[in-house]
Design a protein around this ligand. Structure first.
Ligand code: GLY
Length: 398
């Protein structure tokens, strides 16, 4: 509701000029969006491969709306029966209505749809291809596409034309200027390294040439598009190519096509490139803690019967910390980029192993300190307070 009020207010305050003088509020609908394209010769039409784009700026489809941060085609979300329903309920009625109004529409109609629980709904029509859907779909077409366009413009479509002649799929990632879709700077030199060009293309959008050099000249700067037999391969190639493209403030989403990438989580972890130094430090800390655990265990074996148990408990706590450090289990739950991929109900699950250690420590180890005299128990209480305060502070920062 709040978002709706904020949007309405900015529209009435002139965000879209005079177009915002009247605002019509319709039913609130929810669901994934898909783009369907019909090539229409005025009467007959053929459907192009479907596509899904990612309109939000940030990973996990969060952040402000953009023109599109990436796309993939075809959209497996739409099964044949869905397309039949869309054809019957949306595409045919639209073309019939154009005909009734004596509009001889020759060209592509872009149906921006939302697939809701009660079926597909139209969000927008466009008399054009989509961006970045167009650059995603076009490489899937073969040379006959030109003839198809010709037939379309001449009003000669049969409606039975074979339109998707390949078994490949396609994906696109957009590289933007820092700050887009709000304010951003342009004019930065673009360097392109070693690009794998087999079934990959780079399309310019916000670029210009200055003294023969390529520079940034817009919000959405380049589209990196690849095709292959599955989406994992497509995006592996696209992201590999992106690593070879440099300009000041380059930004792109690492999770384009997450819905259709089977290896998505592995790729994503690799791509976000967790600070390597930090990983190394954590790894060494893990090794040291592991060694400490080993020594404490040995100490337990050497000490008297009464103390043995306590040294062994302490060695297990150290062992857990070592495993945690080496595998960095907690990263998944405390690093914001990763945490967003954890289901909210699990977002605090990382507390459980720590709470388990604390409980284990309290039950088994505190009595040992107490048995060692007043000073030791005060020391253990103070360390406990410092540890818990530190943990709460860290969580608050996250
Ligand atoms: N990708 C959305 C559009 O072209 O309107």
């Amino acid at each position: 509701k709040d978002e709706c009020f904020i949007a309405a207010e900015s529209i009435f305050n002139g965000k879209f000029g005079n177009s915002g003088n009247i605002v019509v509020l319709e039913e609130k609908i929810q669901g994934p969006e898909v783009s369907v394209f019909a090539l229409c010769d005025g009467e007959k039409y053929v459907l192009l491969p479907t596509a899904q784009d990612h309109k939000r700026l940030n990973e996990n489809d969060k952040g402000p709306n953009t023109g599109g941060m990436g796309a993939y085609s075809p959209a497996p979300l739409l099964k044949e029966e869905d397309l039949n329903r869309i054809t019957k309920e949306i595409i045919k009625p639209t073309i019939n209505e154009l005909n009734k109004k004596n509009i001889d529409y020759k060209g592509v109609i872009y149906f921006g749809l939302m697939i809701t629980k009660s079926g597909p709904k139209v969000i927008e029509y466009n008399c054009r291809f989509g961006d970045p859907e167009c650059q995603t779909i076009m490489p899937l077409m073969d040379k006959d596409f030109v003839f198809l366009l010709e037939k379309c413009s001449m009003g000669n479509l049969t409606g039975d034309e074979k339109i998707y002649p390949t078994d490949k799929v396609s994906g696109c990632v957009i590289a933007t200027s820092k700050g887009y879709p709000h304010e951003y700077k342009t004019g930065f030199p673009i360097k392109i390294g070693k690009i794998d060009s087999s079934d990959c293309q780079i399309f310019d959008s916000g670029t210009a040439s200055k003294n023969g050099k390529l520079i940034t000249d817009g919000g959405r700067v380049l589209s990196i598009v690849c095709q292959d037999k599955d989406f994992d391969k497509v995006f592996e190639k696209a992201y590999k190519n992106l690593k070879e493209i440099y300009f000041d403030g380059i930004y792109f989403r690492n999770d384009i096509g997450y819905q259709v990438r089977e290896n998505f989580y592995q790729d994503f972890f690799d791509a976000i490139n967790l600070d390597e130094e930090f990983n190394l430090t954590a790894f060494y800390s893990g090794m040291l803690l592991g060694m400490a655990s080993f020594l404490l265990n040995k100490l337990g074996q050497l000490s008297g019967k009464r103390q043995r148990q306590n040294w062994i408990i302490l060695s297990r706590v150290f062992l857990f910390l070592a495993i945690d450090e080496i595998f960095q289990i907690h990263e998944l739950f405390v690093i914001p980029e990763l945490r967003q991929y954890v289901h909210p109900s699990l977002a605090s699950i990382w507390v459980i192993p720590y709470a388990a250690i604390a409980a284990y420590f309290a039950i088994k180890f505190v009595p040992f300190f107490i048995s060692q005299g007043r000073k030791m128990s005060q020391l253990s209480l103070a360390s406990g307070v410092i540890y818990v305060t530190g943990a709460i502070g860290m969580e608050a920062c996250n």
